[in-house]
Design a protein around this ligand. Structure first.
Ligand SMILES: Cc1cc2nc3c(=O)[nH]c(=O)nc-3n(C[C@H](O)[C@H](O)[C@H](O)COP(=O)(O)O)c2cc1C
Length: 209
């Protein structure tokens, strides 16, 4: 591990820019899955749940992942549209924590992403009632076989034939806070917290490790 640090006078004043900088470094470091993140949600009465999802895009509006709107997480987000995300890049000794509110992305945005996926992934999205009970594996395989017959074989990207199911699409986590954690050899790690302000700017504070 090379000794990295986070200094208030070196980080960006905008956390999305800082995120972009770290994300690029994670990609350049050839980590196995730099886009994998934990998504934590909670029911309205406070029962937490967490699972991994893949980061598919980010910009000043927030952080986007795709899923089934009728899955466990989809139902929980419907009753309580708040979430926390964690990205952890062990090799870089870095953690990013994001907390905020969650909205569905536009149909156009979901359509565009769905179309960009290989046909096998699109058929899988269509075939899976994500998080519902599945009696046995054969039932899923049979559904996939039926859909593959219907839409034809191949793994073409970009063709329009497999329609995006209305129950599948993106969520955007609109950040209220973003914390960057840089591990240090002396255990006195660096933590920089950005907090969104009402006027759209961000305040920056350092936290005890
Ligand atoms: C590395 C990794 C990435 C994953 N990415 C996604 C994803 O982008 N979208 C998704 O719906 N599920 C993804 N999953 C599966 C979820 O972790 C989870 O099993 C599934 O979404 C059902 O969760 P739920 O019952 O809480 O809705 C991923 C799992 C792993 C291990």
């Amino acid at each position: 591990m090379t000794e990295q640090s986070l200094r208030e006078d070196q980080v960006s004043s905008n956390p999305i820019e800082q995120f972009a900088h770290w994300y690029e470094e994670a990609q350049q470091a050839h980590l196995p899955e730099p886009d994998a993140m934990t998504l934590a949600t909670a029911t309205r009465d406070g029962r937490p749940s967490a699972r991994m999802v893949l980061l598919k895009g980010f910009d000043q509006r927030g952080f986007v992942f795709y899923t089934n709107y009728e899955s466990g997480k989809g139902r929980v987000l419907e009753e309580n549209p708040r979430a926390a995300l964690i990205l952890f890049w062990a090799e870089l000794h870095r953690q990013i924590r994001i907390e905020g509110t969650v909205v569905q992305v536009s149909d156009g945005e979901s359509d565009a992403y769905f179309r960009s996926r290989p046909k096998g992934s699109r058929i899988a999205a269509l075939a899976s009632n994500q998080s519902a009970v599945l009696e046995n594996r054969e039932r899923l395989d049979a559904r996939v076989a039926r859909l593959t017959e219907q839409y034809g074989p191949g793994d073409g990207v970009g063709d329009d034939d497999v329609p995006r199911p209305t129950y599948w699409g993106g969520y955007r986590v609109i950040p209220e806070i973003i914390e960057f954690w840089q591990g240090r050899r002396d255990r006195l790690h660096d933590r920089i917290l950005y907090t969104g302000q009402n006027d759209g700017t961000w305040s920056l504070t350092r936290l005890f490790p």
